[in-house]
Design a protein around this ligand. Structure first.
Ligand code: PEP
Length: 255
């Protein structure tokens, strides 16, 4: 199975010109890479213009959020159906920055996952603990998030869902999770998904890691094959084309 690397550009860059420059540099740098799916998640406003220049390039598009209704009086929100028409395949749902700054709850995230699936998008469901004391506490916390986020999700939807484990203490801090614990957590998440859905569905859901991923540590997270992380969600490092290309290429070398 191909590894997945998602570039979460967050609220960057500040102009369409810079976005185009970054996009072209990344697309150029990953030319010829075969066994990794690269997904760029820029701010909504760049999706259309970047898609227009993506012809024949090896990238897919993701959005950083969507609303849970298809249309209507929801000022400022973006419909998953609209994203689909713009060539978007993936949508990040429940990022910790949205949970923290915009008050997104697991109930809202659950509705967004369902709306994304209905629109034919692949939701990338972000979960992760605020701080790490004991690994057991983290596992229990993740189980609680998964229970609420996956409430009412059918096992048949599993192959269209990605779970991103993103410990909040690791996001943007330069302190990434260690790869051994990341592997244990990937296995645990699969076990919880098996309880919530079923064994086949749990196997089909891909688990990826995010939090201070760099060219130095990227490969260590995806080494475990199906027992480990199956890809990465990259924030800060995805804004530097050279660094991001190195991340993609180092993951592409892993079996
Ligand atoms: C993120 O915000 O999704 C993220 C992983 O950020 P960073 O890589 O900067 O830690």
């Amino acid at each position: 199975m191909k590894k997945i690397i998602i570039a979460n550009w967050k609220m960057n860059p500040q102009s369409a010109k810079e976005a185009e420059r970054l996009f072209r540099a990344v697309a150029q740098g990953i030319r010829g890479v075969k066994n990794v799916d690269v997904i760029i998640a820029p701010p909504f406003v760049y999706l259309e213009s970047l898609n227009a220049i993506s012809y024949k390039l090896q990238v897919h598009f993701g959005a950083q959020d969507c609303f849970w209704e298809d249309r209507g009086a929801y000022t400022g929100e973006i419909s998953p159906v609209t994203l689909k028409t713009l060539g978007v395949r993936y949508v990040i749902v429940g990022h910790s920055e949205r949970r923290a700054h915009l008050g997104e709850t697991d109930e809202m995230i659950n509705k967004k996952i369902k709306a994304a699936l209905k629109a034919g998008l692949i939701p990338v469901v972000c979960i992760g603990e605020r701080e790490r004391n004991h690994l057991e506490d983290t596992l229990l916390f993740l189980k609680g998030q998964l229970k609420k986020d996956f409430d009412g999700i059918k096992p048949s939807a599993a192959k269209k869902i990605i779970v991103a484990y993103e410990p909040i203490w690791a996001i943007g801090t330069g302190k990434a999770e260690n790869s051994d614990d990341a592997q244990k957590i990937a296995v645990y998440i699969k076990r919880v998904l098996q309880e919530l859905l079923n064994a086949k569905a749990a196997l089909a859901i891909r688990i990826i890691y995010g939090g201070s991923v760099s060219a130095k540590n990227a490969a260590s997270f995806v080494k475990g094959g199906v027992r480990g992380m199956e890809g990465l969600l990259v924030g800060g490092a995805s804004l530097q084309a050279d660094e991001f290309v190195k991340i993609v290429r180092s993951v592409a070398l892993q079996k």
